[in-house]
Design a protein around this ligand. Structure first.
Ligand SMILES: Nc1ncnc2c1ncn2[C@@H]1O[C@H](COP(=O)(O)OP(=O)(O)OP(=O)(O)O)[C@@H](O)[C@H]1O
Ligand SMILES: [Mg+2]
Length: 623
């Protein structure tokens, strides 16, 4: 029922078109009665009674009615086709807008193929039902009613006899529909699974080729395809049992007409002309019966698809704005995590996180893979809501700030560098569509992307393929970084954005970014010490907990994760590292008398020298 309600919600604004369609359909059905009726008159009045002069008059009426009927049907079909297309347009827009509202967790648990099936296949099924099946149903309902009126007026008993098979047919059709109802849902699920396999195969075609796993993919598809066939056959098996009975009962109508109609004519209870009318209109009476199978299939498809679309439409995002959510005009960028914990589906991945960041500070986040770094920063923009504790921006709990305002103030370059199939310029300006070329170029320059972009055949107008195909991994990362930078938001989150670029490029980007960081609260996630070493505070996450925190120098004094990474990355032994720590400590004391910046420079130089020396040593050893 809710499927009808859902459709009516959209269709009611096309009331006039729908009423007109009904009227034209009614006219069409009424005029469809004229041909059999006139045929009857021709047999009785022209042939039997010999009133030959009537023939041309009757023919003229017949032709006019046929013309008018065609026109009425044409208009009805045109109107309903247009209305159903408008309906589809409205629903599709709403479904798409609804999808934009859904949060990360919805997409985490819903397959792309599933959503695609709903947006394309299911909506089309609903439209076809409105424009096709429903129209045919109403058309035959009107014809059925008119035929009954005409026939009962001619011979009530004969009509009732003809209709006597209808309840039996109704019973069998109803039983069949009942038995196949749940199968339709299973079948729909199977269609979705099949679509998902195809969609994943296309998206992951490079992985498939790289692993030469085509045979496995074909097998996977065959399995789902087999499942599709199996589900459909289960439905056909039931259908096969009922169809002969329903067809037999439908055929009984002809037998009744020949037998009873013939007897009535013999006993002069019915004229020849009336038998002709009965014979022609019995077709109209049997249309709904003949349509029963087809209609039950259409109705089930309509309900199944309708339910699927409604499911999507009523799904509520878990993250919603509170009533009267705040929309602060300016966000300064103070970020605080207070006893924050977070679980994905019950599994705790962040435990009791406490972080306080002053506006304009740079925070480095390091930690082993899977330790929760990306999850941590995704909480700032409320892509997920923390399960315990609270996150505050400028002292306001982010749950009290409107999502739009919050996200407008956060620029994020994600670890998964997704690019749209658009020009490079379009990709960079994604968050600021009216950005002028100068600012696009500037952010590309900071991200060290400008140079390679201008070398491309169409420069900034070069179209990149789906997900950024056509660019190297490092190039994609730089375009994605430029996309975040152009937003010029007070909070900047860079999630492992230089993992695919060489050290030299990374240093160039770091230097340029230093300018951009100024005044912005910046979170830098990286596995490389070089990316976070200059941060005001570095947090080390291990297993969802903060295990170390401090500046680069402070962390080097600990014998923890940070230091071990530092040692590995600078290629030093533990012994060398200890010496380095001592040297650094000495430098630090000396540095106290110098400027803050100089102190960092000195530390940097020592480590860089150490790196260079180790690399040189290794190179020698290799030679
Ligand atoms: N959408 C998700 N649904 C369920 N679990 C998830 C999801 N995303 C991440 N996880 C799990 O949460 C944990 C932390 O993941 P996260 O992506 O935050 O790690 P990370 O520190 O960023 O790792 P990396 O350094 O590899 O990027 C992992 O165990 C991961 O399996
Ligand atoms: Mg990550």
């Amino acid at each position: 029922m809710r499927v009808f309600k859902f459709c009516w919600g959209y269709l009611k604004k096309y009331k006039l078109q729908i009423v007109l369609t009904f009227l034209f359909l009614m006219l069409n059905s009424l005029l469809a009665m004229v041909s059999p009726y006139i045929s009857g008159l021709i047999v009785d009045d022209v042939i039997t009674a010999g009133k030959h002069e009537l023939l041309f008059r009757l023919l003229a009426i017949l032709i006019s009615c046929v013309l008018l009927k065609s026109l009425a049907r044409y208009l009805a079909l045109m109107l309903i086709e247009k209305t159903s297309q408008d309906f589809l347009f409205d629903v599709r827009n709403d479904v798409y807008s609804k999808m934009q509202n859904m949060d990360f967790s919805y997409f985490d648990r819903t397959k792309t193929g599933d959503i695609m099936t709903r947006i394309s296949g299911d909506l089309q099924v609903i439209r076809q039902f409105i424009a096709g099946s429903a129209t045919v149903v109403f058309e035959s309902m009107f014809s059925f009613t008119f035929a009954i009126i005409i026939l009962t007026r001619m011979n009530l008993m004969f009509t009732l006899l003809l209709l006597s098979v209808t309840p039996f047919i109704g019973y069998f059709t109803f039983s069949m529909t009942n038995k196949t109802k749940h199968l339709k849902f299973d079948w729909h699920e199977q269609v979705t699974r099949l679509n998902s396999v195809v969609q994943e195969n296309i998206s992951g075609n490079r992985v498939v080729r790289a692993f030469a796993n085509e045979d496995y993919e074909i097998e996977k598809f065959s399995k789902e395809n087999e499942g599709y066939k199996r589900e459909y056959n289960r439905w056909v098996d039931i259908w096969k049992k009922y169809l002969p009975i329903i067809n037999f009962l439908g055929g009984m109508m002809t037998v009744i007409i020949v037998l009873v109609g013939g007897l009535l004519v013999i006993y002069e209870k019915l004229s020849y002309g009336e038998l002709v009318i009965f014979t022609s209109l019995s077709g109209t009476l049997s249309v709904p019966i003949n349509m029963a199978n087809w209609l039950s299939d259409q109705v089930q498809k309509f309900f199944t698809s309708g339910e699927k679309v409604i499911e999507l439409m009523i799904a509520e995002p878990r993250i919603q704005d509170k009533e009267g959510a705040l929309e602060p005009e300016k966000i300064h960028g103070q970020v605080e995590f207070r006893n924050v914990s977070f679980s994905y589906n019950g599994e705790k991945v962040l435990k009791n996180i406490n972080i306080f960041v002053k506006p304009g500070q740079t925070i480095g986040i390091m930690g082993p893979t899977g330790s929760g770094k990306s999850t941590l920063v995704s909480l700032i923009g409320r892509f997920y809501d923390c399960t315990e504790g609270e996150i505050l921006i400028d002292g306001i709990n982010i749950k009290n700030i409107s999502k739009k305002t919050l996200r407008k103030n956060i620029a994020i370059a994600m670890q998964d560098t997704f690019l749209f199939s658009d020009t490079i310029e379009g990709n960079i300006a994604y968050g600021v569509p009216d950005a002028d070329f100068e600012s696009i170029k500037n952010s590309a320059t900071v991200a060290d992307a400008h140079e390679f972009i201008v070398k491309m055949p169409e420069g900034y107008d070069t179209i990149v393929g789906e997900r950024g195909v056509g660019l190297s991994g490092g190039q994609r990362q730089r375009v994605s970084l430029a996309r975040a930078l152009i937003k010029d938001a007070p909070i900047l989150i860079l999630d492992d954005i230089t993992s695919s670029v060489d050290v030299e490029t990374e240093q160039k980007i770091q230097a340029a970014l230093k300018e951009v960081y100024k005044g912005k609260t910046t979170f830098i996630i990286s596995h490389r010490i070089s990316a976070v070493r200059n941060a005001d505070m570095i947090y080390v996450l291990e297993n969802g907990r903060i295990t170390e925190q401090g500046t680069h120098e402070e962390l080097l004094k600990n014998d923890g994760y940070y230091k071990s990474v530092f040692m590995i990355q600078s290629g030093q032994s533990a012994e060398q590292s200890k010496t380095l720590s001592k040297v650094q400590a000495g430098e630090k004391i000396a540095g106290k008398q110098t400027e803050e910046g100089n102190k960092e420079e000195t530390g940097t130089q020592i480590e860089e020298q150490a790196v260079v020396q180790t690399v040189a040593k290794k190179a020698k050893a290799a030679v």
